[in-house]
Design a protein around this ligand. Structure first.
Ligand SMILES: Cc1cc2nc3c(=O)[nH]c(=O)nc-3n(C[C@H](O)[C@H](O)[C@H](O)COP(=O)(O)O)c2cc1C
Length: 341
């Protein structure tokens, strides 16, 4: 299927005048393993005008995964690859073997994914140890093989995007990495503006994205540390990029995408408690209801960054195990916020 293994990495032309496939600005919901699952995608895309969601990575090792794995990770595939609110989803694959990545990419497309995203940013030790994720940032040649093989397999018409960090320990290989991705004919590149070593610590080094934007002929998406409209504006200025991907920021402020895109008013705590109630109801109806209390506490940890009331709610429920006690506290916080209004 893929003839690229003998190929060496060709050099790309820098400073092209027009960007390939450049379209209007996009706002993308970040993939977040164990956090932004189908239910969260449903909630967040319903209250925001996202252009796309990238799903949590699917780990590819040495096999073509059965269809049921794709449907489990992305039940949206049962609906032509759209969330209930009609936002398209894109499957993200993480792996090190070009051929298996390509075969799984073809399967994802056949099942209805709107394009393929390839993850070279995952910092997890176990994943890096088995040569997947951010560790591949050390070897641009390998990145080239994977992206090029996937792109050849899915074809020109299918958007192949790539998500990277600035590098593994530092950003010295960044140009080579981007060279590899552009040479492999990728259509879109998301840059999480931190190295693997930086983890998730602020700041994000957006200026590197600006530099790449000036040099390479590929459409970019800027990612990292966008928590407010002000951050989004500064990020766009520094990166000279209008496409943004929102990760933790949207969990802290659930309508952040619309605050950025439509100048919407940031959601009040009262509205947020209604969202928490809806989330609780859906989570308890679903097959992961067992995890309800830990999932809700996880979300409150992000909401605490935006709302002092979330901190109070978190402190109250943090030791609770019983779902009814938790629901009662959310209801109480909702009523109190109503009175305070
Ligand atoms: C809990 C968690 C899970 C993540 N899972 C993924 C993932 O599956 N695929 C991926 O490409 N990035 C993943 N990321 C990285 C985010 O997509 C994003 O690049 C990162 O959080 C930086 O953006 P932010 O500062 O807006 O959060 C994850 C991040 C977190 C915090």
């Amino acid at each position: 299927m893929c003839k690229i293994f003998e190929n060496t990495l060709p050099k790309v032309t820098l400073f092209m005048s027009t960007k390939k496939n450049q379209q209007n600005s996009k706002l993308i919901l970040a993939p977040m393993e164990g956090v932004v699952d189908p239910l969260m995608r449903d909630l967040l895309t319903t209250i925001n005008n996202f252009d796309f969601c990238f799903i949590e990575f699917i780990r590819i090792i040495d096999a073509l995964l059965p269809e049921r794995v794709f449907y489990r990770m992305a039940p949206e595939l049962n609906h032509d690859g759209y969330t209930p609110d009609k936002t398209p989803i894109r499957i993200q694959l993480l792996g090190q073997h070009p051929q298996w990545m390509a075969e799984n990419a073809v399967r994802a497309i056949e099942l209805g994914s709107h394009g393929i995203d390839i993850n070279f940013g995952c910092p997890a030790k176990a994943v890096n140890k088995s040569k997947g994720g951010a560790v591949l940032l050390k070897t641009p040649e390998e990145i080239y093989k994977i992206v090029s093989c996937v792109k050849q397999a899915v074809g020109k018409e299918v958007t192949t995007s790539v998500k990277i960090r600035l590098g593994f320990d530092d950003a010295t290989l960044l140009d080579e990495i981007v060279d590899a991705i552009v040479s492999a004919d990728a259509d879109l590149l998301t840059i999480h503006a931190r190295t693997k070593r930086h983890g998730y610590r602020p700041p994000a080094y957006w200026e590197y994205i600006g530099d790449i934007q000036n040099k390479y002929n590929i459409e970019l998406v800027a990612n990292g540390e966008i928590w407010s409209k002000n951050d989004a504006d500064r990020c766009k200025n520094i990166t000279n990029t209008t496409n943004l991907m929102l990760g933790r920021g949207i969990l802290a402020l659930p309508n952040l995408a619309n605050v950025i895109k439509l100048n919407a008013t940031p959601m009040s705590w009262h509205e947020t408690t209604l969202l928490l109630q809806k989330y609780s109801q859906l989570e308890l109806q679903g097959d992961k209801s067992y995890y309800f209390s830990s999932r809700l506490k996880q979300w409150l940890r992000y909401l605490k960054l935006q709302y002092p009331e979330a901190e109070i709610l978190f402190e109250k429920i943090k030791t609770f195990k019983n779902k009814n006690d938790i629901l009662d506290e959310i209801q109480l916080s909702n009523s109190n916020s109503n009175i305070a209004k």
